[in-house]
Ligand binder design. Structure first.
Ligand SMILES: Cc1cc2nc3c(=O)[nH]c(=O)nc-3n(C[C@H](O)[C@H](O)[C@H](O)COP(=O)(O)O)c2cc1C
Length: 391
C-alpha cells in the first residue's frame, strides 16, 4: 500500500501520467481508489456516477458512434444534443433554434483579465434533424445507460412565451411523451436547455419573463411524464444579483441545476467560453455560498472552461457534485499531453492524472492543506460538494 500525502504520491502519479498517456484504463476510477485511496464517485441528476466528468450537450453527442466512443473511454455521462420541442404536427415555436450549421472554429479567446483560453465559435443552435431521428439517438443512449456503460441524458429546448402569453402545451406534451415512451424506464432523465443564444435574444430582455420561465417550465414538463429534471441555466445579460435570483427560482422545480451555460458576445452575435466564463460562474457560486438561506438544496453540476482537475475542484468546492465539459473535448490534439486515444480519453487522462493540475494531485493537495479529510482511510470527491452544502 503506497504511503499517503501529496509528496509521497508525487512519483507514482508522475509515472501513471506518463504510462496512461499511451492508454487510459477504462476502469481508472477503480485504479485511483486502489492506488491513491481516493474515491472519485460523483452524482449527476440523482444518479451515482463513477467520477465527476461528463460531456455537456452539443456537437459532440450527436450520434451513436460518439456515445459508444465515450462509453469505451470511461466518461461518466453524456448529455445528448438539444432537440427543439414540437407538437404532433411538427410545429416548433422555437424553430429559430433548429438551424443547420456545421462549421465550428476552435480558437483562443482572451479574457477580460488577459488570460488566453479556448472557445468554440459556432453559429448553429439545436438539433436540426427530425424528432424521429433524435429518438433513434435516445434509444442508443438508453441502451448504454441500462447496460451501465454510460449514463446518457436527452436535452430539450421547449417553448418559452413572452409574459402574458400561454406556454404551447401541445409541444410540451408531444415531445415529453415521445421521449418518455422511447426511454421506457421511469423516470426519464432530462435536461432543459436555456441557451446562451436565448440570453442574446430579445425574448430574454425582461427579468420577470425569465423568472416566470424558470418557475413554470418544470411543471409544464412534469405534467406529461415522470422526469428527473435538470435545468441548464443561461448566463443572462444582467448582473450577478439577478443570476442568483435565477438560481434560487429555478431550484424550486428542478432536481439538478447546471451552472451556467456560455456567455453571449453581443458584438459578434455568438456564444463564448474561456476564462471569462469560469470567472463569472465561480463568482456567482461564491456569492450563493455567502448566503446560506439562498443556497439551493438541489444538486449542482458545473459547466464552463473546465480544462484541468483543479478547475473541477473549483466547481466542486462551490457545491457541484459533477461537471460537464464541451470545449476541452474539442481542442486540437496537440493541446493534450496524451499521445494516443480518442479525444475523450486524452482529456480524461489530463483531467485526472496530470501531476500538477489533475484531480488526483488537487485532492491530495487539499488533504495536505487540511481542507479535506480521509474517512475510512479514503479521500472522497463528493465530500467537497457535501461540505459546501452543510456549511
Ligand atoms: C459548439 C457548441 C455547441 C453547444 N450546443 C449546446 C446545446 O445544444 N445544448 C446545450 O445545453 N449546451 C450546448 N453547448 C454548451 C456546452 O454543453 C457547455 O455547457 C458550455 O460550452 C460550457 O462548457 P465548456 O466551457 O467546457 O465548453 C454547446 C457548446 C458548444 C461549444
Amino acid at each position: 500500500m503506497p504511503c499517503g500525502g501529496r509528496f509521497g504520491m508525487r512519483a507514482p502519479l508522475a509515472r501513471d501520467f506518463e504510462r496512461f498517456a499511451r492508454a487510459l484504463p477504462r476502469d481508472f476510477p477503480d485504479y485511483v481508489r486502489e492506488t491513491y485511496r481516493i474515491d472519485l464517485s460523483a452524482r449527476y441528476l440523482g444518479a451515482a456516477v463513477p467520477h465527476p466528468i461528463g460531456k455537456g450537450s452539443g456537437q459532440l453527442s450527436l450520434n451513436e458512434k460518439q456515445l459508444e466512443e465515450d462509453a469505451a473511454a470511461g466518461l461518466a455521462f453524456a448529455v445528448l444534443k438539444t432537440v427543439i420541442a414540437q407538437d404532433a404536427r411538427g410545429a416548433q415555436a422555437m424553430a429559430a433554434w433548429a438551424i443547420h450549421e456545421s462549421r465550428m472554429k476552435v480558437e483562443h479567446r482572451r479574457a477580460g483579465d488577459g488570460r488566453e483560453g479556448w472557445t468554440v465559435t459556432w453559429k448553429g443552435r439545436g438539433w436540426d434533424r427530425s424528432l424521429d431521428e433524435y429518438l433513434t439517438l435516445v434509444r442508443a443512449g438508453r441502451d448504454l445507460t441500462s447496460a451501465g456503460t454510460l449514463l446518457c441524458v436527452p436535452s430539450v429546448k421547449y417553448h418559452l412565451p413572452p409574459l402574458g402569453e400561454p406556454f404551447r402545451e401541445e409541444e410540451y406534451r408531444y415531445t415529453t411523451e415521445r421521449l418518455a415512451a422511447e426511454w421506457g424506464d421511469s423516470p426519464l432523465p432530462l435536461e432543459k436547455d436555456f441557451s446562451p443564444t436565448l440570453a442574446g435574444d430579445a425574448l430574454a430582455e425582461d427579468k420577470a419573463q425569465i423568472l416566470r420561465w424558470l418557475r413554470e417550465v418544470p411543471q409544464h414538463i412534469r405534467a406529461h411524464a415522470a422526469v428527473r429534471l435538470a435545468l441548464k441555466l443561461m448566463n443572462a445579460r444582467f448582473d450577478d444579483e439577478f443570476q442568483l435570483e435565477m438560481l434560487t427560482t429555478a431550484a424550486a422545480g428542478a432536481d439538478t441545476l447546471v451552472v451556467f451555460n456560455r456567455l453571449f458576445d453581443e458584438r459578434l452575435g455568438v456564444a463564448y467560453g474561456g476564462w471569462d466564463l469560469s470567472e463569472r460562474n465561480l463568482r456567482v457560486l461564491d456569492a450563493i455560498a455567502d448566503r446560506p438561506s439562498d443556497r439551493p438544496s438541489v444538486q449542482l453540476c458545473g459547466t464552463g472552461n473546465i480544462g484541468t482537475g483543479r478547475m473541477i475542484l473549483a466547481y466542486a468546492s462551490r457545491g457541484c457534485s459533477s461537471v460537464q465539459l464541451h470545449t476541452f473535448f474539442q481542442v486540437p490534439l496537440s493541446a493534450y499531453p496524451a499521445a494516443a486515444g480518442s479525444r475523450t480519453q486524452r482529456a480524461l487522462h489530463a483531467l485526472v492524472f496530470h501531476p500538477d493540475d489533475g484531480l488526483v494531485a488537487g485532492l491530495l493537495e487539499l488533504e495536505a492543506q487540511g481542507q479535506l479529510e480521509r474517512r475510512g482511510g479514503e479521500l472522497h470527491f463528493l465530500d467537497l460538494a457535501d461540505a459546501h452544502r452543510h456549511r
